[in-house]
Write a protein that binds this ligand. Structure first.
Ligand SMILES: Cc1cc2nc3c(=O)[nH]c(=O)nc-3n(C[C@H](O)[C@H](O)[C@H](O)COP(=O)(O)O)c2cc1C
Length: 182
């Protein structure tokens, strides 16, 4: 059974382009994976406590020795990791990505356009960053579907016309997408 981890982060909810596209992805993925399971994680609705001295102290305390307070402090990151890992096996020696055998699809909306051949390409910090971080974790099979130039929607551009090709790309990818997590 395949499991899709569906993560949203946009704070714009009903106006969000990426949320609309990830929803289209999930709908199509479910239709193509009838026995699939979807885990939803809304990062905008998940209060992330800062990583402070107590948190680091708890991480470096052996699991059996942790106080109830330390366990509570780590419970959110434990849940987030469990969502990402599910049934993964662990390697013994680091540094080696432990989240292996998974595919990731990043559906991104940006106000500007940062495509490789454009003048703004060097300002695209999102894709290289996500590739590096997920690659470090072991997720090297990553697809980026980017809806660039959403700022035109604030200037009266038709939303459906703007979204149509991106929705199509997302649906096509969801249909052909095989394997574990996205
Ligand atoms: C606080 C804020 C900061 C933003 N900064 C940038 C930016 O630096 N570059 C850019 O291209 N778009 C920027 N945008 C525009 C967003 O990328 C754009 O609204 C995009 O569609 C957001 O994704 P969403 O529609 O899924 O919420 C910003 C939007 C907000 C609300």
């Amino acid at each position: 059974m395949s499991t899709l981890l569906h993560i949203d982060s946009s704070p714009l909810y009903g106006r969000s382009v990426s949320r609309e596209l990830t929803a289209a992805f999930v709908t199509q993925w479910k239709a193509s994976h009838l026995d699939g399971r979807v885990i939803d994680r809304d990062l905008n609705a998940t209060a992330m406590p800062p990583i402070n001295a107590e948190w680091v102290g708890a991480v470096y305390t052996p699991e059996q020795a942790r106080t109830p307070q330390q366990r509570k402090l780590l419970s959110l990151s434990d849940s987030l990791l469990a969502e990402l890992e599910q049934a993964d096996a662990y390697g013994e020696k680091g540094p080696k990505g432990l989240i292996t055998g998974k595919k990731a699809t990043f559906i991104i909306a940006t106000g500007g356009i940062y495509d490789a051949q454009t003048q703004m390409a060097s300002f695209n910090f999102v894709e290289p960053y996500l590739r590096s971080v997920f690659g470090f974790l072991g997720v090297t099979d990553a697809t980026f579907l980017t809806a660039g130039g959403t700022s035109v929607l604030n200037q009266g551009h038709d939303r459906n016309a703007f979204l149509a090709p991106h929705r199509q790309a997302v649906q096509t990818h969801a249909q052909t997408f095989q394997g574990g997590h996205a």
